[in-house]
Write a protein that binds this ligand. Structure first.
Ligand code: ADP
Ligand code: MG
Length: 321
C-alpha cells in the first residue's frame, strides 16, 4: 500500500509546487479567506499551508490522510463531474507517502483542535491547540524516494515554481488574502481585494509598473486584464497568466497570439508579462481536455487567435502613440 501510494504520489505530486497546489486547493475548497504559506528550502525542506477554512473534525482526520477518502463525493453520479476537477481523494495520502506530514485542524464547534502526524512512522492523532481552520505541514519531501528527489531542480527554481502556482491561485481568488514566507522571511503579501486591484497588483510587480489595462468585448468574446509594456530586457517565462472562463490555462495558441502582437510592435520581448481573462460561451471551448492538463480546445481556434492578437496589438499601439 505504501508502494502504491508512492507511485500515485509520482503523478499527483511530482515537485514541491504540486504539493502547494493541492494544499491550497483544499484550503479554498474549505472556504478559506486567509492563507499563510511557508516555503523553506524550495519546499523540499518544508511546505506549510495554514487556512482559516471550515476545518476537519477530529474523527475525520484519519480519513483525510487515507487514499481515496474524499468528503467531496457523496454519490456515484457526483463521481463523474468531480473527477474532471481532480477531486480524487488521494492528494494528502500521496503527499504523506513521500514526506513527514502533520495536519492540525479545529472546527468552529470543537473545544480544541487535533493533529495527525506520520512522523513516528504510523499515523498518530493527538489533541492540539490550534485556531479554527487547517494547517498542513509537509517536511522532508521525497526523503524516502531519493530517485524522485534527484529530478528536482535547485531550491531557487523549485521556490519560483511554488510562487508561480500561488500567483495563479491568487489571481483567480482575489477575495482571499495571501501571505507567503520564504525561508522564514515575508516574501509576498496579497491583501484581499477586488479583481482589478489583484490583477494590477500582481502584474505591475512583474512589469515594473509599466502596464496597460485590457478590456475588450465582442458579441461573444470578452478579454480583460492587464499587459506589461514591451521590454526586451525582461524575458522570464513565469510572468504569463491566461485564464479561459475562469480557469488557468497554459495554451500554445493563446500564448502565441499574445506574443505575436508584441512582435508586431517591437521585435523582441519573447516573454511579455500578462494577466488575461478570456471569456466565451461554453459551447465555443472545451476546457476539460484533460483534468491535469492546462490546455483548451476552441471550436474556432483561428478566430480566437486572430481576435486576441488584434486586441493586444491595438492596446500596445495606443500606448505607444
Ligand atoms: P480531495 O481534495 O480530493 O477530497 P485530498 O487528499 O486533497 O482529497 O483531501 C482529503 C480530504 O481531507 C478532503 O476531502 C477534505 O475533507 C479534507 N481536507 C483536506 N485539506 C483540508 C483543508 N485545508 N480544510 C478542510 N478539509 C480539508
Ligand atoms: Mg484535494
Amino acid at each position: 500500500d505504501v508502494l502504491i501510494s508512492q507511485i500515485a504520489a509520482g503523478e499527483v505530486v511530482d515537485r514541491p509546487a504540486s504539493v502547494v497546489k493541492e494544499l491550497v486547493e483544499n484550503a479554498l475548497d474549505a472556504g478559506a479567506t486567509e492563507m499563510t504559506i511557508r516555503i523553506d528550502g524550495g519546499g523540499i525542506q518544508r511546505i506549510l499551508v495554514q487556512d482559516n477554512g471550515a476545518g476537519i473534525p477530529a474523527t475525520e482526520l484519519p480519513l483525510a490522510v487515507t487514499r481515496h477518502a474524499t468528503s467531496k463525493i457523496q454519490t456515484l453520479s457526483d463521481l463523474e463531474s468531480v473527477v474532471t476537477l481532480g477531486f480524487r481523494g488521494e492528494a494528502l495520502a500521496s503527499i504523506a507517502s513521500v514526506s513527514q506530514m502533520t495536519v492540525s485542524s479545529a472546527t468552529a464547534g470543537a473545544t480544541h483542535g487535533h493533529a495527525i502526524s506520520n512522523r513516528t512512522g504510523a499515523w498518530l492523532t493527538e489533541p492540539a491547540a490550534c485556531p479554527i481552520g487547517t494547517t498542513v505541514e509537509v517536511l522532508s519531501l521525497y526523503f524516502s524516494t531519493p530517485a524522485r528527489r534527484k529530478f528536482l531542480k535547485t531550491e531557487q527554481t523549485e521556490f519560483f515554481h511554488c510562487l508561480d502556482v500561488i500567483k495563479r491561485m491568487a489571481l483567480a481568488n482575489p477575495s482571499v488574502s495571501w501571505v507567503v514566507y520564504r525561508d522564514g522571511k515575508l516574501y509576498a503579501r496579497y491583501q484581499a481585494s477586488d479583481w482589478s486591484a489583484r490583477v494590477f497588483g500582481i502584474l505591475e510587480a512583474m512589469a515594473d509598473g509599466a502596464s496597460k489595462p485590457i478590456d475588450f468585448e465582442t458579441a461573444d468574446m470578452k478579454l480583460r486584464g492587464a499587459i506589461g509594456l514591451p521590454d526586451a530586457a525582461r524575458g522570464r517565462g513565469d510572468m504569463q497568466f491566461f485564464y479561459v472562463n475562469g480557469r488557468f490555462v497554459k495554451d500554445k495558441l493563446l500564448n502565441h497570439a499574445v506574443r505575436a502582437a508584441y512582435e508586431d510592435v517591437l521585435h523582441g520581448d519573447k516573454f511579455p508579462a500578462f494577466v488575461l481573462f478570456l471569456n466565451l460561451p461554453p459551447t465555443e471551448v472545451d476546457v476539460n481536455v484533460h483534468p491535469a492538463k492546462t490546455e483548451v480546445r476552441f471550436r474556432n481556434s483561428k478566430a480566437v487567435h486572430q481576435w486576441v492578437r488584434q486586441v493586444i496589438l491595438s492596446a500596445l499601439s495606443s500606448s505607444r502613440a
